[in-house]
Write a protein that binds this ligand. Structure first.
Ligand code: NAD
Length: 285
């Protein structure tokens, strides 16, 4: 019987600890960590994510405001708002919810966020800091996965780690964090040859592909730890991961479910980054 890695319970435990930390920080400095969330347009999935972030911030004692702009907002208007938030000392963290409408260049907007307020850790400055081991903010989804591994006592040191997916948001930073913990890391992607032969070597397999049930039992080594990042909406409205859970779980030492695995940890790590941003602001570093 494999271990079910419970992201909900882990996230709950971490948020309780964070609530204490935020209270102590406020007591000590008089500063309430604050996050500005910018959303453009009316993407229903984004609206859910933004609402969840808002509730999560408040639940740990942080201040948050959601700035909701209309779909027709121009790139220039959005850049002007980001600059205004960069200068606004009331906010320690800024998050621009993706995706943005097609007429807005996402990279340009993300690059405009001050690296000191970049709680998603997407800015090239923070990506460079991560790669060179000098990170202040950790990319939320991969950092949440590392927390799950730690929480369940799963060591990365010396393990064969295979990440499927090379996105800037998940795949690449995931590989960096595993490497930083002394994993031997391979990154696979849509042009990888012999994917199955590579994944079969994985002691820790992370799937961040965005294809329902992409990872099947024949791709997984007996006793592997399987982390499913995928969030795919099926025709019947149900959510499903990138891993074929029913056939893979019996082979795995431990596995994350979807929903209730990686997902809940992502927002928790965003909260940690917001506290870090407030600490940076207070210390002036
Ligand atoms: P993406 O589309 O940017 O990247 C997908 C990656 O999969 C690409 O690098 C691509 O090369 C690779 N890929 C595609 N087809 C492949 C194939 N046949 N073989 C091997 N590799 C292949 O997606 P993303 O932003 O990295 O997200 C991946 C999944 O994770 C999505 O389902 C997304 O919804 C989910 N996600 C979840 C969270 C969370 O908090 N749980 C956060 C971010 C993303």
């Amino acid at each position: 019987m494999s271990i079910l890695i419970d992201g909900k319970a882990t996230s709950q435990a971490k948020r309780e600890a964070l609530t204490q930390e935020v209270a102590a920080f406020r007591e000590e400095t008089g500063c309430q960590p604050a996050l500005a969330v910018v959303m453009v347009g009316d993407n229903p999935a984004s609206a859910v994510y933004v609402r969840n972030k808002h509730t999560a911030c408040e639940s740990v004692g942080m201040y948050t405001e959601t700035l909701h702009l209309p779909e027709q907002t121009t790139e220039q208007e959005l850049l002007a708002l980001v600059e205004q938030l960069n200068q606004d000392a009331r906010f320690h963290g800024i998050l621009v919810q993706l995706p943005l409408p097609k007429h807005i260049n996402e990279t340009k907007v993300l690059d405009a966020i001050s690296p000191d307020k970049d709680v998603d850790a997407f800015h090239p400055y923070n990506v460079g800091a991560l790669v060179t081991g000098r990170e202040r903010f950790l990319p939320c989804t991969p950092a949440g996965i590392m927390e799950l591994l730690r929480f369940y006592g799963i060591s990365v040191k010396g393990k064969n780690c295979v990440v499927i997916g090379r996105s800037n948001i998940v795949g690449k930073p995931m590989a960096m964090l595993l490497l930083a913990q002394d994993g031997t890391v391979s990154i696979c992607h849509s042009k990888t040859n012999n994917l199955r032969q590579i994944t079969q070597q994985a002691d820790i397999l992370v799937a961040a592909v965005g294809r329902p049930r992409f990872v099947t039992a024949d791709m997984v080594k007996e006793g592997a730890v399987v982390i499913d990042v995928g969030i795919n909406r099926l025709d019947d409205g149900k959510l499903c991961g990138d891993v074929d859970f029913d056939t893979v779980a019996p082979k795995a030492y431990a596995i994350t479910p979807v929903p209730g695995g990686v997902g809940p940890m992502t927002i928790t790590m965003l909260l940690y980054n917001t506290l870090t941003a407030a600490k940076l602001a207070v210390s002036g570093k």
